[in-house]
Design a protein around this ligand. Structure first.
Ligand code: ADP
Length: 272
């Protein structure tokens, strides 16, 4: 069966140009994927309830992409399957003065979910090895040292019960142009149009190179990267849901046993 996403053994280099952003895995049409997506989302909701109830692990989902890559849509259409009570979404924007006065992981560590919860990072600490590199915001020695800092940080999280799943939503420059045009023209999307995105688009090659390094250097056995072809939103949704399901099914999440003898306690009648 054709794969839904690309994972690589640690130490192997990601070649993003060799991964087709328009791929649709085993599906030739969106209707073929609908049922699988729906089934996956229902199962994800069940597993999240177990995660919440057992509080043995936390799940941290890292979402990264080029601009317009579909992070928001993934949160809405895939992660929206989870109960809001157990989810916490954190967007990472240009750092504030206070954030910049600390080490780059300071704001990130504070946003890591507690056990039982799902944390979603809309952008993440990977901005600190990608955008800062492309825009020259920190020196080369600094961003290069950060790959190892990130690996050590993620290892700490995983050893403390946080399951780290990282997605790179991979779109083509053609698809980005379409989406930017839609944002310009559609009054319901215009609020998302940021002229700064055009400057970033002009440096597509630099971003791609920085991403290839980040994905390759920080693809560890404890926190692997999933590269998801994302030109087709319906395919992205089925692929992300499948990847999450694989990870969560592997955890053997169980409901806690509850209070001993609970099942035989009589429920007293109430007069009202
Ligand atoms: P989004 O595009 O995620 O919907 P915004 O339009 O507010 O949200 O963009 C957030 C911006 O913040 C992006 O341009 C991103 O590169 C930038 N950013 C995030 N983290 C950092 C960082 N650590 N250093 C510099 N810029 C950052």
């Amino acid at each position: 069966m054709k794969p839904l996403f690309v994972t690589l053994p640690p130490g192997t280099r990601f070649d993003l140009k060799a991964i087709d952003p328009g791929a649709t895995g085993p599906f030739s049409h969106k209707d073929e994927a609908r049922e699988v997506t729906e089934r996956n989302l229902a199962r994800l909701a069940e597993l999240q309830e177990r995660l919440y109830a057992s509080a043995s692990h936390a799940l941290l989902v890292v979402l990264q992409a080029m601009d317009t890559g579909g992070k928001d849509g993934t949160i809405e259409h895939v992660l929206g399957a989870f109960s809001p009570q157990g989810v916490q979404v954190t967007p990472f924007k240009v750092p504030t003065e206070e954030e910049l006065a600390h080490d780059f992981l300071w704001r990130v560590h504070r946003a890591v979910p507690r056990r039982g919860m799902v944390g979603i990072f809309n952008r993440s600490h990977y901005e600190d090895v990608v955008v800062v590199r492309v825009k020259g915001l920190v020196g080369e020695t600094t961003w290069k040292a950060r790959w190892e800092h990130i690996n050590a940080f993620e290892k700490l999280l995983v050893e403390e019960g946080v399951v780290v799943v990282k997605f790179f939503l991979h779109i083509s420059p053609q698809e980005q142009a379409e989406r930017l045009r839609a944002r310009q023209q559609d009054p319901t999307k215009r609020w998302k149009f940021n002229p700064g995105d055009l400057e970033d688009r002009a440096r597509w090659g630099d971003y791609l190179a920085a991403w290839e390094d980040a994905l390759s250097r920080c693809n560890t056995p404890w926190a692997p990267w999933f590269v998801v072809p994302a030109d087709h939103k319906w395919f992205r949704n089925v692929a992300v849901s499948q990847a999450l399901l694989t990870v969560l099914e592997g955890l053997d999440l169980r409901y806690p046993p509850g209070v001993p003898g609970a099942e035989s306690l009589p429920i007293p009648p109430v007069r009202w």
